[in-house]
Design a protein around this ligand. Structure first.
Ligand SMILES: NC(=O)C1=CN([C@@H]2O[C@H](COP(=O)(O)OP(=O)(O)OC[C@H]3O[C@@H](n4cnc5c(N)ncnc54)[C@H](OP(=O)(O)O)[C@@H]3O)[C@@H](O)[C@H]2O)C=CC1
Ligand SMILES: O=C(O)C1=N[C@H](C(=O)O)C[C@H](O)C1
Length: 266
């Protein structure tokens, strides 16, 4: 059994991971971490059945006393870097779902994972649909270098753009090299109206509204035609096969793997 600590366990994704870890035959919940609910049994987050694992806000202590082998983090952009650094220092392998880690924290995490020879998976998106969308978008960019990304999420999301949109843009930019899109003389009459600008002029537009879960369109344009690659998430269960795969694979890795595509499409 793989001993798993879940950080951010009381959140939308944390609860889903809790269900998945309890249901899988080869994983076992050993620690449950969240800011509030200290001392409550983790089972209260689901049906109320006692799991004999108390929720705690003290990550370092939870990792030191629970025998955790893997820490799954679905906290948020503000906390994820520090949590992952704490896990690696404790010799625990992180599977990171929370998006928006700072570049400085990413660099420190990479160095720590390498020096300690510990696996660490940082995955902006765990769904097969999104991974295929990114793969197909990178392929299309060879032929359609003009492209913009629209991502739509629920209105409680803290980071913008989404980690998935950033990853998609990075893969497209890798394919199209120094290509520059758009008109140099363009003027924004309302600041931000053209979205966020990535290298080469690739724009990302972030929509935040109740009613959405997670959605993205990658729109390619050429003379007289457009091509749209679109992915829609309608519930959070779809992330779980990827999370469980990462929990299993991280045990055999050394260093950081950024993006599940590196493990799926090897
Ligand atoms: N990689 C992927 O496939 C996916 C990634 N995500 C990402 O996962 C993250 C979580 O999303 P979601 O579940 O919707 O968010 P939620 O806000 O529902 O959950 C986050 C939880 O983490 C808690 N938390 C925040 N900081 C800490 C900390 N330092 N220690 C312990 N717990 C903490 C929050 O507590 P409180 O509410 O009190 O602040 C909350 O319970 C986001 O970054 C999101 O972008 C989401 C879906 C899929
Ligand atoms: O916050 C979310 O909900 C999601 N976040 C991830 C991201 O930022 O890409 C993955 C998915 O889009 C859901």
């Amino acid at each position: 059994m793989i001993k798993v600590a879940i950080c951010g366990v009381a959140g939308r994704m944390g609860r889903e991971v809790l269900k998945a870890v309890l249901a899988a035959e080869d994983t076992e919940l050993c620690a449950a971490i969240d800011i509030f609910n200290d001392g409550l049994d983790a089972g209260t987050l689901l049906s109320g059945e006692t799991l004999d694992v108390k929720i705690t806000s003290n990550l370092a202590e939870a990792l030191a006393t629970s025998g955790a082998e893997v820490m799954v983090d679905f906290t948020d952009t503000r906390s994820v870097g520090a949590n992952v650094i704490t896990a690696l220092k404790a010799g625990v392998r992180p599977v990171v779902g929370a998006t928006g880690m700072s570049a400085d924290d990413f660099a420190e995490v990479s160095k720590l994972a390498q020096n300690k020879r510990l696996g660490c998976i940082i995955a902006p998106n765990f769904t097969i649909g999104a991974l295929l969308m990114i793969k197909f978008a990178a392929e299309a960019a060879k032929y359609f270098p003009n492209v913009e990304i629209i991502e739509k999420h629920h209105d409680q999301k803290l980071d913008a753009p989404s980690g998935t949109a950033i990853k998609t843009a990075e893969k497209i930019i890798e394919q199209r090299g120094d290509f520059q899109q758009g008109v140099v003389l363009e003027e924004e009459k309302i600041a931000g109206v053209r979205g966020g600008k990535m290298p080469g002029g690739l724009r990302i537009h972030s929509v935040r509204l109740p009613g959405f879960v997670a959605h993205q369109e990658v729109i390619f344009g050429d003379v007289g035609q457009t091509l749209t690659i679109r992915h829609d998430t309608t519930s959070r269960e779809c992330f779980m096969p990827g999370v469980l795969m990462a929990i299993r694979k991280v045990l055999r890795l050394e260093g950081v793997v950024y993006g599940l595509e590196n493990l799926l499409f090897e």
